[in-house]
Design a protein around this ligand. Sequence first.
Ligand code: PGA
Length: 253
Amino acid sequence: MRTTIIAGNWKMNLELEDALGLAQELRRLVRARVDGEVAICPPYPFLQPIAKALEGSAVDVGAQDVDAHKSGARTGAVSASMLRSVGCSFTLVGHSERRDVFGDTDEIIAQKLRAGLDHGLKVMLCIGEHLDDRESHRTFEVVLGQLDIALKDLTLEETSRITLAYEPVWAIGTGRSATPEQAQEVHQRIRAHIATLFNHDVAGSMRILYGGSVKSSNAADLLTQPDVDGALVGGASLKAESFVNIIRARKSS
Ligand code: PGA
């Protein structure tokens, strides 16, 4: 049985005081075990104070991205060991905004994923197709192609530290979520592909989250799909109440 994860991606929002307030509210509201796994990805400058504020709580703290390199002359970049040292347990890589706004290619994303694993982080790998890919029936080709490159050098042991997030780009921040059937169709296909890349045990245990306009009103229907193991939530994670409502909508695990 896979434990579901509800993760909040705060993106470039909030300032320190509000960010800490939101974290404190989550600390108060999220209940260990009952609520399964809950995680948030605040912006870099807030990671350390928030990780401190959430120490010993049921909420994990992760970064929104990581640099592929260990250290050195890379102005503005943040390494995996830095993230570990401020209390992050994981990082996102491959978010579509990183791909589309910052030019992260599949190869760069594979290097970032490698850097995260090599420095003891868990990695949440985001994949997803654009609207024109879907309309031209290329969804599987795009999504499975992204997986092939990102996961190509992974050992079996390392697969246990990977979570996938399927986020159709057309659903992110648009208010237009994938239907539960659309999400399930892609998740099922991703899981079958993981079985061919690794084996059935890995495919059966790897969590695949859905992301893209998840809110409290559609969360239950998405989360009850058999291959949807949680949600990566953007906008609705910026308020404790809406985020907690999504957490509470999950299937019992
Ligand atoms: P959204 O963002 O929930 O605001 O659509 C999801 C994401 O980008 O991870």
